[in-house]
Design a protein around this ligand. Sequence first.
Ligand SMILES: [Zn+2]
Ligand SMILES: [Zn+2]
Length: 232
Amino acid sequence: MLLGLLCPRRCPVCGDVVMPRGGYVCKECEDKVPYVKSPTCYRCGKEVDDERKEYCHDCSEGGFYYKRGVAPIRYNAVMKRAMEGFKYFNKREYADFFVEAVLERYKELIASWEADLVIPVPIHKSRLRQRGYNQAELLASRVSTGLGLEMRSDVLIRTKKTEVQNKLNDKERQKNIEEAFKINKNVVQSKRVVIIDDIYTTGSTINACAKVLKQAGAADVYCVCACIGAGY
Ligand SMILES: [Zn+2]
Ligand SMILES: [Zn+2]
């Protein structure tokens, strides 16, 4: 309660203080949250423009190590700002908003995957020192609590700093990220794993994590992200 008074919860859309018990987004901003609409890509969960399409453009190429993924919110300019606050400006409370969106929409679907373990996409240890938290882990701990699953953040580690990739094309980005992850403790043998991240764009990060987990013997890998790009 005291903590709530000192650091009032802020709306991820407009940044204003939201009233206690008034939800995570202020009333005026509710309509501005771009929830993902059907139809969606069966692989990654992106919105697609034609319901006859099973997969989005990126997923139609194949080569995926994860089985299926979902994300509740489309990554647009409004969510870009929210994500920047969440990742870089210590707006850790936004995790509650994102995870509520995930669970409200996909709790049953994720439960149907019968996962054993929830694993956040790791950040490099120098970034962790700098930032003080891993935003994907904040999401993962809440998702795992909501689903009654175990979360492990010591299983997968990031051995390369790969966050500044904007200047690279898809191929270079893919190559750069492919060798960025390593298994630290192998507890994934024959396990079903759900990877959690903040934003899904091309899927190269999730896919690189999934590849490492599969190589370590994971039975199936799924992913859940807070925000996702569009598939057209
Ligand atoms: Zn607002
Ligand atoms: Zn897709």
